[in-house]
Design a protein around this ligand. Structure first.
Ligand SMILES: C[S@@+](CC[C@H](N)C(=O)[O-])C[C@H]1O[C@@H](n2cnc3c(N)ncnc32)[C@H](O)[C@@H]1O
Length: 276
């Protein structure tokens, strides 16, 4: 099986749009009243959810005129957050067809479809012309991509000179055997973790200038602690959440990820760079 197929099969739900739609009445909402805040627990598929997105995106110097690229956009939760906050245009690309179809439907529900277009495709070979975008970001995607040199060359190609590019990925910390499955991979052979230095090296080789690196380990530990406390206080899972995406495998994937972070084998890290 090609790596692209393995990745999209890993993320395939099978009936995701219906599963999200079925939860809406339990939120006391309808398709007309649902907001991007209501959807955030399910459509921000990275450590820290919306809170992490706000922290990360706030460092990218985005303005209203900017056309922004979301690399590996998933369901497009971050794209909707950006388009809503900056009143600008966002284009997303993702390998997983079901995420793109679902994500475009969610954009229509919250009436952001005029600002956002999500496309199925590979970040390693994007159907965009050179120097199309004023900025780009990528959240929790590099763990599925072995060839980071090609990935960053391709992102560099589609950015205008001076454009900002931010990465928020789970990265390798100390050496040690990770426990699988984790949210991005069922087993070691489909996980492509790299250390922050490897990311920075690949970014600089592509031509980017790296200006910031933030290890978000403590934020992650605190986030998961607060999430567990909330589930206990509420007496169960909320109508929408990462369990909607990962279904029966959610508990073991999240548990392993928390343990891998606690052991300092991995950590979520932000890296901010710009194109010369
Ligand atoms: C953990 S999800 C994160 C999704 C989204 N960025 C978010 O934070 O909500 C990882 C996503 O990366 C996508 N992905 C992995 N490899 C890719 C590639 N080569 N090209 C495009 N998308 C890819 C997957 O399809 C999946 O949607």
């Amino acid at each position: 099986m090609s790596n692209d197929r393995a990745v999209s099969e890993h993320y395939l739900h099978g009936d995701l749009l219906k599963a999200i739609q079925a939860a809406i009445p339990r939120l006391g909402k309808t398709l007309d009243s649902i907001t991007i805040e209501d959807l955030a627990p399910v459509d921000e598929f990275h450590i820290g959810g919306r809170q992490a997105t706000e922290h990360f995106v706030g460092q990218l110097n985005i303005s209203e005129q900017d056309h922004i690229l979301d690399v590996g956009c998933g369901l497009g939760g971050a794209a909707r957050y950006v388009a809503n906050r900056y009143n600008n245009h966002v284009t997303g690309i993702d390998l997983t067809e079901e995420y793109i179809e679902t994500g475009n439907a969610l954009c229509a529900w919250v009436k952001l479809d005029q600002h956002i277009s999500l496309h199925q495709g590979s970040a390693l070979s994007m159907p965009f012309q050179d120097e199309t975008f004023d900025g780009a970001y990528m959240m929790h995607v590099g763990m599925n991509i072995d060839d980071k040199a090609r990935l960053f060359n391709e992102i560099y190609r589609v950015l205008r000179p001076g454009a900002c590019f931010g990465v928020y990925d789970v990265m390798r910390d100390k050496h040690g055997e990770l426990t699988y499955p984790v949210p991005w991979a069922t087993e070691k052979s489909t996980s492509n973790l790299a250390a922050p230095d490897q990311y920075k090296h690949a970014l600089e080789n592509a031509g980017f200038v790296v200006s910031k690196e933030n290890n978000r380990r403590e934020f992650a530990v605190d986030f998961f602690k607060r999430l567990a406390e909330k589930v206990a206080a509420d007496g169960g899972l909320p109508p929408l959440g990462l369990h909607t995406l990962m279904q029966q495998s959610t508990a073991v994937k999240i548990k392993n990820m928390i343990e891998n972070i606690a052991a300092e084998y991995i950590a979520p890290v932000e890296i901010i760079a710009h194109k010369r």
